[in-house]
Write a protein that binds this ligand. Structure first.
Ligand code: OAD
Length: 243
C-alpha cells in the first residue's frame, strides 16, 4: 500500500491535468450516511427509493421529511481530511477539476473551487411551477415549502433517479474526463450512470485511473491503482512532500 501511494503521488506530481470524481464515501467520515448498504436506510425506506420523482409525486411530504432530516444532519457536520487534501491538490496541480456526485456541499465548504456538482446541491431549492432556483441554508424547511415568488411547491435542487443531469454540467464533466491525464475516483460505488461512465471516458482517452475506496467496485478492474482503505487516511497522503 505504501509503495502504491508513493507511486501514485509521483504520477500526480508529473501531471498537468488532473480530474477527481467523488461519491458519498468521501463524506462518510464526516458523518454523512452513504446511499447503499445498511447506512442507506432512513426509517424503513431506502434512500434510493425516496430520491425519485415518483416518490415526490406520490408523497411530497415524506420526501421533504427525508430531505429536512438530511439537511439537519449535514448542517451539523463539516469537511474531513480527504476534502481538505483535494483543496491542497487543486493548489498543486496546474489544471484541476473536481467532479462530485455529492449534494452535501462539503467540497465547497472545504474550499474547492473548480468544482462540478453533477447531482446538484442540497442547499438549493427549485420551484416546481416557475422553476426558479434559490439558495436556502435553513436546516428545516418544513412540510411542504413554497416558492416565495409564485407560491409553487419547492423541491430539492438535486438530480433524482431517473432524471437527466444538467446537459451543460454533464458536457463539462465529459470534456474534463476526456482531457485529464490522471483521474482519482474516490468513495463511489461506481454504479450510478452517467457518473460512473466518466472514469471509462478517462481511461479510453488514455488517463491513469486510481480508485480510493473501502472495497472493490465494478470499476476496480479498470484501475491502474486500486487503493483500498479510508479516503480520510489515503487522500491526505497523496499531497504530502511535494516540495
Ligand atoms: P454509494 O453509497 O453508492 O457508495 C459509497 C461508496 O463509498 C461505497 O463504494 C463505499 O465502499 C465507499 N466508502 C464508504 N466509506 C468510505 C470511506 N471512508 N473511504 C472511502 N470509501 C468509502 O454512493 P455514490 O457512489 O456516491 O445520487 O452514489 C452515487 C449516487 O447514488 C449518489 O450521488 C446519489 C445516489 O443515489 C443522487 O443523490 C442523485
Amino acid at each position: 500500500m505504501e509503495e502504491k501511494i508513493a507511486e501514485l503521488r509521483d504520477v500526480l506530481k508529473k501531471a498537468d491535468r488532473v480530474a477527481v470524481m467523488t461519491g458519498a464515501g468521501i463524506s462518510a467520515e464526516s458523518g454523512v450516511p452513504t446511499f447503499r448498504g445498511d447506512e442507506g436506510l432512513w426509517r424503513n425506506y431506502r434512500a434510493t427509493d425516496l430520491a425519485t420523482p415518483q416518490a415526490f409525486a406520490r408523497d411530497p411530504e415524506l420526501v421533504w421529511e427525508f430531505y429536512n432530516w438530511r439537511r439537519d444532519l449535514i448542517s451539523k457536520v463539516t469537511y474531513n481530511p480527504a476534502h481538505r487534501a483535494l483543496v491542497e491538490l487543486e493548489r498543486l496541480v496546474p489544471d484541476f477539476t473536481l467532479i462530485t456526485q455529492n449534494v452535501d456541499g462539503l467540497h465547497l465548504l472545504a474550499g474547492s473551487q473548480n468544482l462540478l456538482e453533477i447531482h446538484g446541491n442540497l442547499w438549493k431549492v427549485r420551484c416546481t411551477k416557475c422553476h426558479g432556483i434559490t439558495l436556502d441554508r435553513s436546516p428545516d424547511l418544513g412540510n411542504l415549502p413554497k416558492c416565495k415568488s409564485c407560491g409553487g411547491l419547492l423541491r430539492p435542487h438535486v438530480v433524482w433517479f431517473g432524471e437527466s443531469l444538467d446537459p451543460d454540467i454533464l458536457q463539462q464533466a465529459v470534456d474534463v474526463s476526456r482531457n485529464c491525464q490522471v483521474m482519482l475516483v474516490i468513495g463511489t460505488s461506481s454504479v450510478v450512470q452517467p457518473a460512473a461512465s466518466l472514469a471509462v471516458e478517462a481511461k479510453s482517452a488514455g488517463a491513469v485511473l486510481a480508485e480510493i475506496n473501502l472495497e472493490s467496485t465494478p470499476h476496480s478492474r479498470l484501475m491502474d491503482f486500486a487503493l483500498h482503505g479510508k479516503a480520510g487516511d489515503i487522500v491526505p497522503r497523496l499531497v504530502e512532500d511535494w516540495a
